[in-house]
Ligand binder design. Structure first.
Ligand code: AMP
Ligand code: MG
Length: 317
């Protein structure tokens, strides 16, 4: 339902976010599809609604510095300077994530992308919810980013709890993304220009695109890849003498004989499975196992994105 951003509707939308629902809201770039960034099952609903066949890390939207401190582990001096100059505004910073942020928000990465939007409706919504809000653009996979509430209504109306109408968005292009590792790195061109950034930073390395090969030594990759070899196989197909030596990432039931088992969803719910996927992978990966076997999940709804992630992990050398 599309509603104007009156105080009552903002309160209602904040309540939807607090109770784990989805709210579409205007920002200065495009309309976002938001959920409580601290609750993995709420975030899973975003991926479900967008029908994206893969998981990508989301941008977390905050309303103030206190909220920023909830989602990041540290704020380096250069980040402070960028924040002072460009926030609220279309600049996203990638910083070390705090333990509060679920793996699904960052697609398993140790860093979180965060920004403070320069839109009164977005800011008021986040402030009232009292929560950082994870939000990608409010369009289904493969569609254009929405710059009006009607676009969201047409594409996703049946899948969001509430759409706040803030009129047409000002930029219509995405936020600029800067990673603050040892040195600042531009990850995506956007509404804040390279020249403006260089004004504050002096130098800025470019790493645009989907490259998985870091340019800077020690730089964080853009995709999380487990170190333990991963194979996809149903438990029945794995001999007992192998089971004893390896870990198993199960969808629903606990099979016998494995060294360690993590279950994604005891009730067989794909939303819950998505919510647990990255934490489960991290936990298994930390155990120094010979291998992790992963059970295929049904390839429907969120199951497609889960399988995409597992296949990628399995094809990693
Ligand atoms: P958007 O499409 O505007 O929601 O922006 C999401 C973009 O932010 C994606 O293209 C991601 O690649 C990027 N992003 C989010 N989190 C991270 C991260 N931790 N490290 C690198 N890039 C990120
Ligand atoms: Mg998008």
């Amino acid at each position: 339902m599309v509603v104007p951003p009156t105080p009552e509707n903002l309160e209602r939308a904040a309540q939807v976010l607090r109770s784990g629902g989805l709210v579409a809201f205007p920002t200065e770039t495009v309309y976002g599809l938001g959920a409580n960034a601290l609750e993995a099952t709420a975030v899973a609903k975003i991926f479900e609604a967008k029908e994206r066949p893969s998981f990508d890390p989301l941008i977390v939207h905050v309303a103030d510095q206190e909220m920023l401190r909830v989602v990041v582990r540290e704020i380096p001096p250069l980040a402070e300077r960028l924040i002072e100059r460009f926030w609220p505004g279309p600049l996203t910073l990638v910083l070390p994530k705090s333990a509060e942020v679920p793996g699904l928000v960052t697609a398993g990465l140790p860093t979180v992308a965060v920004r403070m939007p320069a839109h009164p409706v977005a800011l008021e919504l986040i402030r009232r919810a009292g929560l950082p809000v994870a939000a990608p653009s409010a369009n289904p996979f493969g569609y254009l980013s929405p710059t009006r509430a009607e676009h969201v209504e047409r594409m996703l109306g049946h899948r969001v709890d509430l759409i706040l109408d803030g009129g047409r968005t000002a930029f219509g292009v995405e936020s600029t993304i800067v990673l603050l590792a040892e040195r600042p790195v531009l990850l995506r061109y956007g509404a804040v220009t390279v020249e403006e950034l260089k004004d504050v930073l002096g130098t800025l390395e470019l790493q645009i695109g989907e490259s998985e090969k870091p340019l800077v030594p020690g730089q964080l990759p853009q995709h999380y890849a487990p170190r333990t070899p991963i194979r996809m196989a149903p438990a029945e197909s794995i001999p007992l003498e192998v089971r004893r030596r390896v870990g198993y990432l199960a969808f629903q039931e606990v099979p016998k004989g494995f060294k360690v088992v993590k279950v994604l969803s005891p009730t067989g719910d794909l939303r819950e499975a998505a919510a647990h996927l990255f934490e489960a992978l991290h936990q298994l990966d930390r155990l120094g196992l010979e291998a992790i076997y992963a059970e295929p999940v049904p390839e429907m709804g969120l199951g497609r994105a889960i399988m995409d992630r597992l296949r990628r992990a399995a094809s990693n050398p």
